[in-house]
Ligand binder design. Structure first.
Ligand code: AMP
Length: 171
């Protein structure tokens, strides 16, 4: 998997000074790279009978539907506030400065359904932790979380205790 690192563009000082941004668009445009990532995120769960793969806005939307297709599962978007048209469940979570919110359609997850959550980057884990809570509030069972890459030094997985967390690449 580590050969995929050469396909990820590292952009210093984006979106603000001091942040090294991992740009996955250069990976997405590479046919072998894209296939390896989707195979990598789905492979572990092929026999788990996942009902739904949840993608987190925005870059989770790129990977989650393809993973869902590979697993013969459905896809559900978790979106920023005010984007979903029907009745929603909302969760507010802390950022470095201030708070943010995410929403899911109330009828998107039924109690007992087996859920896989997918996003591009696991950084501090704040976003992923919020989505785990959102799914559990609807009665869903979080079988695992899959990320293309994890920033190990931010210890995001410590905010996801008891969860099966998989990252294909570690920085
Ligand atoms: P966090 O809640 O801190 O785990 O942040 C996760 C979200 O922020 C993910 O959805 C990523 O898309 C994005 N993100 C955070 N840090 C980076 C980074 N250095 N490069 C690219 N995306 C990042």
């Amino acid at each position: 998997m580590d050969h995929l690192k050469s396909l990820i563009r590292e952009v210093p000082d984006f979106p603000k000074p001091g942040i090294l941004f991992y740009d996955i668009t250069t990976l997405l445009k590479d046919p072998g790279g894209l296939r390896a990532v989707i195979d990598g995120l789905s492979g572990k769960y092929l026999n788990e009978k996942i009902d739904t793969v949840i993608g987190i806005e925005a870059r989770g939307f790129i990977f989650a539907p393809a993973v869902a297709y590979a697993l013969n599962a459905g896809f559900v978007p978790v979106r920023k506030p005010g984007k979903l048209p029907a009745a929603t469940e909302r969760i507010e979570y802390k950022l470095e400065y201030g708070t943010d919110s995410l929403e899911i359609h109330l009828d998107a997850v039924r109690p007992g359904q087996k859920i896989l959550i997918v996003d591009d980057v696991l950084a501090t884990g704040g976003t992923a932790h919020a989505v785990v809570d959102l799914v559990r509030n609807l009665g869903g069972v979080v079988v695992g979380l899959g990320f293309v890459l994890e920033l190990d030094f931010l210890s995001g997985r410590e905010r996801l205790p008891g969860c099966d967390v998989q990252a294909l690449l570690h920085y």
